[in-house]
Design a protein around this ligand. Structure first.
Ligand code: HEC
Ligand code: HEC
Length: 307
């Protein structure tokens, strides 16, 4: 009798585990973007290629809108194809979308304008600028045959569970020295070969600004866990990813272009969350109080006397 009910209990437990596994499984459909070889040799195909080139070589191809030396592909790897690196095929089918960041429904063009203003520390192209048309054409093509309005597997950056221990600057600096500095430089400044950047800056004047999504610790931790160190992704455990994301985002970078008169006011208006260290004192320094002006090399170029 006892044995009977025990085995029934066991069966029930198996059933429960099964149901929970099914619930926990990712219901997001998988998607594979078309191969480069399938791109048609047409006028349309020409603009797709142009969009891909802008995505890969943004300062060279869209310099008048870019204030740093990042490319779109610095944060959206494999030319915006790689899952868990906010791939463009998954983004395309989710717009227009409501965004808490600016509290209204954003068209895809407006979303891309934000990338130029914040991630590229630059200037937003007009919504009908050929740069945005080419980028959207490239994204549309990458999303060929994807369902509209569906969150696909690999969309966005990974959301890591909250860290077991609060993210920590000192532990993060150790992860950084061991796994990141070799490419991104001891001071997060990146590395150039001649005039060409080979490894992008993570903080300082050549990086994304305080308004960019990557300055949020959660976004950075998810990106880093899934994609860094480049070529060896998956090496860091979650805690290490949180710690190094905290460390990276506890350094100065160009000012938030929405600056509201003081660091405190800007924090209250745009950064009032644990996810942002803007306006927080770390190691005796108030982050945001010593930021270079936004716009980077765009404003430097404008300040140069003509001729
Ligand atoms: C410094 C890293 C960085 C760079 C450079 C960057 N992005 Fe992003 N991008 C992000 C982050 C982080 C997010 C998501 C977080 C957020 O902002 O809400 C994002 C989100 C996006 C999304 C929305 C994704 C989705 O699934 O909704 C699109 C589209 C996008 N970026 C396009 C671009 C384009 C085009 C460029 C180049 C002009 C660019 N990004 C440059 C970091 C970057
Ligand atoms: C082998 C060299 C290498 C190592 C090691 C490496 N990265 Fe990167 N990282 C890159 C390259 C290259 C890119 C740009 C991606 C591309 O162009 O394909 C990048 C992009 C990034 C970006 C987004 C772009 C930017 O500049 O903000 C972040 C954030 C980042 N890495 C963080 C890290 C962290 C944190 C570590 C250590 C855990 C790390 N990386 C280790 C080469 C490296």
């Amino acid at each position: 009798m006892t044995q009977f009910s025990l085995s029934r209990l066991g069966l029930a437990a198996v059933g429960l585990t099964f149901a929970m596994t099914a619930l926990a499984a990712d219901p997001r459909p998988a998607f594979t973007p078309p191969s480069a070889a399938s791109l048609p040799d047409t006028e349309f195909g020409k603009i797709v290629r142009q969009g891909e080139q802008i995505f890969l070589h943004t300062p060279q191809m869209a310099g008048k809108f870019v204030g740093n030396d990042l490319n779109c592909a610095s944060c959206h790897l494999d030319a915006g194809r790689r899952p868990d690196s906010a791939p463009m095929w998954a983004a395309y089918v989710l717009y227009p979308a409501y965004r808490a960041k600016n509290q209204h429904v954003n068209t895809l063009a407006e979303r891309l304008q934000g990338c130029f203003r914040f991630s590229m520390n630059g200037k937003a192209p007009a919504a009908d600028d050929p740069t945005l048309t080419a980028l959207q054409t490239y994204m549309f093509w990458l999303a060929s045959k994807a369902p509209t309005g569906v969150v696909l597997e690999g969309q966005g950056y990974r959301k890591l569970p909250a860290p077991a221990q609060k993210a920590d600057y000192v532990r993060g600096s150790e992860v950084y020295a061991q796994y990141c500095a070799v490419c991104h430089g001891a001071e997060g400044q990146g590395q150039k070969q001649g005039k060409h950047w080979v490894f992008p800056a993570l903080w300082g004047p050549d990086s994304f600004n305080w308004g960019a999504g990557m300055h949020q610790i959660g976004n950075a931790a998810g990106f880093i866990k899934a994609n860094m160190p480049l070529g060896q992704a998956g090496m860091l455990n979650d805690q290490e990813a949180w710690d190094v994301a905290y460390f990276m985002n506890a350094h100065e970078r160009p000012q938030d272009p929405r600056y509201a008169g003081s660091v405190a006011a800007t924090r209250a208006k745009y950064h009032d969350s644990d996810d942002s260290l803007y306006g927080i004192e770390v190691n005796g320094h108030l982050l945001g109080s010593d930021s270079p002006a936004p716009g980077g090399k765009l404003i430097q170029a404008a300040a140069k006397p003509a001729g």
